[in-house]
Design a protein around this ligand. Structure first.
Ligand SMILES: [Zn+2]
Length: 624
């Protein structure tokens, strides 16, 4: 646990910081404080049903979203006689193709609400005489609290034959039972940087850094260590603390959630094709604020204020941004206002006197406070950051800090209060009264008044609208085609255990089908347009991305044909793969595409492709 001592006072830095819009590259979005780490489970059964086969496709055909585990009849009844959900889905880890030697994990997930508390999962490998894996118990998993059996690294495949293997999965004691068939590829076929890659660590003044060798984090380690120092210094200064123990930071070679998680350690995505558009600086600063904040005490630190404080002190959520004036975009439209997109076309500047329409996305605080992580993500964080800014501007940093560290659970609700006992809303309301003599409702009233006083520009309104739309698309992509990364149920095994056991595959392997490469480069390009303020181009890309995701959701045979930009990116990615490269970034400009690619190693190359009648053709390496 971090030990912290107070060094000195400097409010000034804070005020200047967020008003000046510090020029950070964008980021991500925000972290979640982890609620559950998968633990290793424990034993067995039978009954039969043969659903899907898991195999990577060699030809660029699309793997339809699998229908699994059609229920066997008769449907089950629990001891209580209550019907049990009759379909389960099973996720396997690591992602993608599986190889002999892999330590395989299972997530057995009932697709419908069901009473499975007193049931568990038994898995037998390769028929009735095969080994029975440690049994899995059902329990809530991840931030979303998805009810599932998480069977971490239960199947050690070292020494097994390559080829098909069957797993008989039984819900015990009374079923159902069905069989999953998996293909294990030969061990020697594991993708680079395996089998050589290992966990490695580096200690710096502020941090103990873990990364996997053979990944971009190793390539850019020097820069990362420097950047970490810088961000910790900033967070230290803002919270007036001095670290006494290194903060543990793990760089992940794949996107997880929106890019960062804070739990026992800070996990941050660092890779060349980061489709969540996160930049490490802001994520790490955000996470460091959490790490330092969690050590500065406070009996109850409400989630909304914890996240609001991190967004406020980081100077933005997505990128360096004015919080209050952006939050003003969430208000309902006023009579005679002009749509932001029209506003951008008409005037684009603040003094045109044109009243820009708000998006009507504002979330009432009493709802947001007690349902923070389940509320619309970007809106919740923006509102929380703006509220902290408003409170600091109104009462000053010291008064805000004293209030924030003096919030306590309130089991009973006073007679005259609308707020429920035991809620964070009531706890905040009580502390507000004690410190500032006002209720949460009154605070919200003055907050809304201040937001109405902000001058909303069309550019800001468009930026908020498209930022929210972008992240909705990122999460939609994850749920459909990169489910281990979806923040509510991200696959984040315990870091210590992974390092102790030398397990790297759970982070190194990620879906790398053509559709993943296409959609990820489209998302990354959209985010670059957002940061550049090129809203028109960005919206075109978002429309294309959602058209393709719609097509995938409806198991369309040719999803990329659903939109011309989608089709362009698809054919471009095919051309890049055919030329022997992995696409990391694609900038498409009519008949020309500037592409950043990686080869088998970590080296990145800039290439130019041109659209010819025959399709996309590699012209030459950029700069040659
Ligand atoms: Zn956070």
């Amino acid at each position: 646990m971090l030990r912290v001592t107070r060094i000195s006072e400097n409010i000034a830095i804070i005020a200047v910081m967020h008003r000046l819009l510090v020029v950070f590259v964008f980021l991500l979005v925000a972290c979640q404080t982890l609620v559950h780490q998968p633990s290793t489970p424990s034993s067995p059964v039978v009954g039969t049903h043969t659903p899907a086969v898991l195999q990577p496709s060699s030809t660029p055909s699309f793997i339809p979203i699998p229908e699994r585990n059609t229920p066997i009849s008769p449907p089950l009844t629990a001891a209580s006689g209550q019907p049990i959900a009759d379909t389960f889905t099973v996720n396997f880890h690591p992602d993608g193709a599986l190889y002999v030697g892999d330590l395989i994990s299972l997530e057995v997930i009932p697709l419908a609400e069901s009473s499975l508390e007193d049931r568990s999962v038994r898995v037998q490998v390769d028929g009735p005489d095969g080994v029975i894996l440690p049994e899995g118990e059902f329990a809530p998993y991840g931030i979303g609290g998805r009810f599932q059996a998480t069977m971490l690294w239960v199947w050690d495949t070292s020494g097994l034959e390559a080829g098909e293997h069957s797993l008989t999965v039984s819900i015990v004691p009374d079923g159902p039972t069905w069989t999953e068939t998996l293909s294990l590829l030969p061990q020697e076929g594991v993708p680079l940087p395996e089998p050589g890659s290992r966990w490695a660590q580096e200690e710096s003044e502020c941090c103990l850094v873990y990364y996997i060798t053979g990944t971009p984090a190793e390539r850019d380690l020097e820069w990362l260590l420097e950047m970490l120092e810088e961000q910790v210094d900033k967070a230290n200064r803002l919270l007036e603390v001095e670290l006494e123990q290194p903060i543990i930071v793990t760089f992940l070679p794949r996107v997880m959630g929106h890019g960062g998680f804070a739990g026992d350690e800070i996990s941050v995505a660092y890779l060349d094709r980061n489709y969540a558009g996160s930049s490490e600086e802001i994520i790490l600063h955000h996470e460091f604020v959490h790490a330092l904040d969690s050590d500065l005490g406070g009996e109850l630190r409400p989630t909304m204020l914890v996240e609001g404080l991190a967004v406020y002190l980081t100077g933005g959520h997505f990128k360096p941004e004015p919080l209050m004036s952006r939050a003003a975009a969430l208000l309902p439209p006023v009579e005679g206002c002009v749509e932001p997109s029209d506003g951008v076309r008409i005037s684009g500047d603040i003094n045109s006197g044109v009243e820009i329409c708000g998006l009507d996305w504002y979330l009432p605080l009493t709802l947001l406070v007690d349902d923070f992580y389940f509320s619309q993500h970007e809106i919740g964080y923006l509102q929380a950051g703006a509220l902290v800014e408003f409170m600091v501007d109104t009462w000053g940093w010291d008064a805000f800090s004293d209030f924030y560290r003096d919030i306590h659970p309130q089991a009973e609700s006073p007679e005259d209060s609308q707020l429920e006992g035991g809620t964070q809303a009531l706890a905040i309301d009580t502390a507000l009264w004690d410190h500032f003599g006002l209720t949460l409702q009154e605070l919200e009233g003055s907050f809304l008044e201040a937001l109405e006083g902000e001058s909303l520009t069309p550019v800001l309104a468009e930026d908020v609208r498209l930022s929210v739309t972008f992240y909705e698309a990122v999460r939609r992509y994850q749920e459909l085609l990169d489910s281990s990364a979806y923040f509510m149920t991200a696959w984040l095994p315990n870091g210590d255990q992974m390092r102790e056991r030398g397990i790297v595959a759970d982070y190194l392997r990620r879906p790398l089908e053509t559709e993943n490469l296409v959609l990820e480069t489209m998302l990354a390009a959209a985010e670059v347009n957002l940061r550049a303020g090129d809203y028109k181009r960005m919206e075109e890309l978002l429309i294309a991305i959602n058209a393709v995701l719609d097509a995938f959701s409806s198991s369309d045979a040719d999803p990329f044909a659903s939109h011309p930009i989608g089709s362009d990116y698809f054919h471009l990615v095919e051309a890049i793969l055919a030329a022997g490269y992995q696409p990391e970034e694609i900038r498409l400009e009519k008949n020309k595409a500037r592409v950043r690619v990686s080869t088998s190693g970590l080296e990145l190359l800039e290439l130019n492709f041109y659209r010819e009648r025959v399709g996309w053709v590699l012209m030459h390496q950029a700069g040659n």
